[in-house]
Structure formats: structure tokens, C-alpha cells
Design a protein around this ligand. Structure first.
Ligand SMILES: Cc1cc2nc3c(=O)[nH]c(=O)nc-3n(C[C@H](O)[C@H](O)[C@H](O)COP(=O)(O)O)c2cc1C
Length: 229
């Protein structure tokens, strides 16, 4: 068992005013983020995608396993194969008759359908795979823990990084997504988790007019005993 090694990590305390300023600024930036489904074909430098991936990889993960693999694709033939396979699944979802009516109703205001032309137009597709287990240097499997939660948090960091750079994305989750494993040649312990098209918003891009829940709708404060004043 290796000995734990520690080093000091004591971020300097800020004034309340500075904390509020930073917190508000970050909230305002994040509140500007939207899922965009209309991309410009303009190329995006690979370095920006690399930055978003290393930012995602700073996310906390259970037992620090970092159970994720980000597979970035810019090459047109692979993007086309992904689009066609995604559309085949999406078509079954929207028109196959087995999707619950409630689910389709929830999607209707978003104006979504089975066509995913943006998967070919966006300059990058970043497929995220969740690693059910790690592989030790000698090839034997090492268990991972809380994989879904860890990968979900990393994806949140990825989305925030893309937004911060002035690019746009959306989490795309056709079900099932095993075509991604096949097309991208991933091993069985890597499960497809989400697909992020990334690029610049098209000049004509529009997003549905959504309202976000208020603080009161998404939070409770000391619900058992009131806090001491
Ligand atoms: C886990 C997850 C899966 C999603 N899957 C899809 C999808 O398959 N297709 C799509 O167009 N949007 C998808 N979205 C985007 C949501 O529709 C979008 O986040 C939501 O409508 C709120 O809009 P906003 O991101 O602009 O705030 C997904 C979002 C999440 C978090």
C-alpha cells in the first residue's frame, strides 16, 4: 500500500466583496450558456479542444480514478459515420412508436427531431466514454467507483470550459450509443456516455426560449431546524 503524500493547499481567503464579485461574474457567464444545435463549419484549433479536455480532467472523481476518456474527432468521414448512425437511432426514438408520449411532449418545445446534420457540420465531435474499470500496468482490471457521477461532473467542467472560450456545444445522447464504441474502436470497458459537437454558433443559430428554475425552486435551506441567527 503506497504511503499517502500531502502538500499544503490553502487558497488565500478573499474579502466577502471579492467573493461576491467573483461568484456573480461566474454565475452571469454560466447563465449565458445555451445548448446550441446550429453550428458554423469553420475550423476550431485543436488546442482549444485540448484545453477543454484537460479542464474536464481536473474534475473530482471517486478515488481519483478519473474514469473517463474523451475521444475527439474532426475527420469528415468519421463524423459522417457518426451522424448516420446517430440519426438511425434517433429516428427509431422519434418515430418508432415505443418512446413514451410524455418524453416526446417534453422535447416538443425544444423543436428537436431525428435529423442531426450538425454532427457533420460541427468541426469537432467529442465522444466521452465512461470507464467501468481501469486497466493496471500489467493488464489486470482495477475497479472504478461512482463512475456515472464522476464522468457527469467532468462533462460539466468540459461544457463550462467550451462556453468560457466562446465556443458552443450540447450534450447529445442518442440511446443506445453503442455505435460510438464501434465506429471509434473503443474497448468493452469504455461505455459511451455522451457526444459533444463543438464549434462556433452558426450566424443563424437560434435557441428555444427557456426559463431556468429560480433559487427557491431548486434549493432548501435548513429544512429540519432553522439556523441560529
Ligand atoms: C444528459 C443530457 C442529455 C441531453 N441530450 C440531448 C440530446 O440528445 N439532444 C439534444 O438536442 N439536447 C440534449 N440535451 C440538451 C438539453 O435539451 C438542454 O440542456 C436543455 O434543453 C436546457 O437547455 P440549455 O442547455 O440551453 O440550458 C441534453 C442535456 C443533458 C444534460
Amino acid at each position: 500500500m503506497p504511503e499517502p503524500r500531502f502538500f499544503a493547499h490553502r487558497p488565500p481567503r478573499l474579502t466577502k466583496a471579492e467573493m461576491l464579485r467573483r461568484g456573480r461574474e461566474f454565475y452571469e457567464q454560466m447563465n449565458e450558456r445555451r445548448s446550441v444545435r446550429h453550428f458554423a463549419p469553420d475550423p476550431v484549433p485543436r488546442e482549444l479542444i485540448e484545453l477543454a479536455i484537460v479542464t474536464a480532467s481536473t474534475a473530482p472523481s471517486a478515488a481519483h480514478r478519473q474514469p473517463w476518456c474523451f475521444v475527439a474527432v474532426s475527420e469528415p468521414a468519421t463524423k459522417r459515420a457518426i451522424r448516420l448512425a446517430a440519426e438511425a437511432e434517433e429516428r427509431k426514438f422519434y418515430e418508432g412508436g415505443s418512446t413514451p408520449a410524455e418524453w416526446l411532449e417534453a422535447l416538443a418545445p425544444l423543436g428537436m427531431n431525428w435529423k442531426k446534420t450538425y454532427l457533420e457540420i460541427a468541426p469537432w465531435l467529442v465522444a466521452v466514454f465512461a470507464e467501468e474499470h481501469a486497466v493496471a500496468a500489467d493488464g489486470h482490471p482495477l475497479p472504478n467507483y461512482h463512475v456515472e457521477e464522476s464522468v457527469g461532473i467532468a462533462c460539466g467542467f468540459f461544457v463550462a470550459a467550451i462556453h468560457q472560450m466562446g465556443l458552443v456545444t450540447l450534450p447529445h445522447t442518442p440511446r443506445p450509443m453503442y455505435f460510438l464504441s464501434e465506429i471509434l474502436g473503443r474497448p468493452p470497458h469504455q461505455k459511451p456516455y455522451v457526444l459533444f459537437p463543438v464549434g462556433y454558433a452558426a450566424p443563424e443559430a437560434q435557441v428555444p426560449n427557456l426559463e431556468r428554475k429560480t433559487l427557491a425552486q431548486v434549493s432548501l435551506w435548513d429544512p429540519v431546524h432553522p439556523a441560529a441567527k
